[in-house]
Design a binder for this molecule. Sequence first.
Ligand code: HEC
Length: 133
Amino acid sequence: MPSAIPKSLARTARLMPLLILLSACGNDTENEAIRQYAQAAAPADPELAEIYERSCRSCHARSQSGAPLTGDHAHWAKLLAEKSMDTLVDNTVDGYGGMPPMGHCMDCDREEFKALIQFMAQAPEDNSQEPDA
Ligand code: HEC
């Protein structure tokens, strides 16, 4: 069957423009940037950073967890607009969907949750201050 190979090559060639379009999608690049930021980011305040790293980070820095990602400003802005900061803090305390009560920080208070949410809601470019700046 000498024609089998040229046929499948022709099919791949027809798909190429589509593949190029898909990989050039701007949203994917943006999501990748947020994923990378989420994996590295921590609050500037050392105490808050300690809480964030032991409690929130394991889920909110991993897109597979289903949690809104740290630095995904658009997602957090929508949650804040729809629900208010107060409700988001309530939902952190009570647990919400796949999110455990207190986000695994049993000794955290509402002020700390609020500060953690503010940190996670920041766009990467708004949290670019260097430690020594
Ligand atoms: C075990 C994983 C896990 C941990 C740990 C965790 N979260 Fe979450 N969080 C989630 C998931 C999953 C969602 C999405 C829930 C949904 O929309 O169903 C979420 C959603 C949220 C929301 C949005 C709630 C809403 O009303 O939409 C807030 C606020 C939040 N988390 C704060 C925190 C804070 C602060 C911490 C650390 C103290 C934390 N989370 C730790 C998994 C986690």
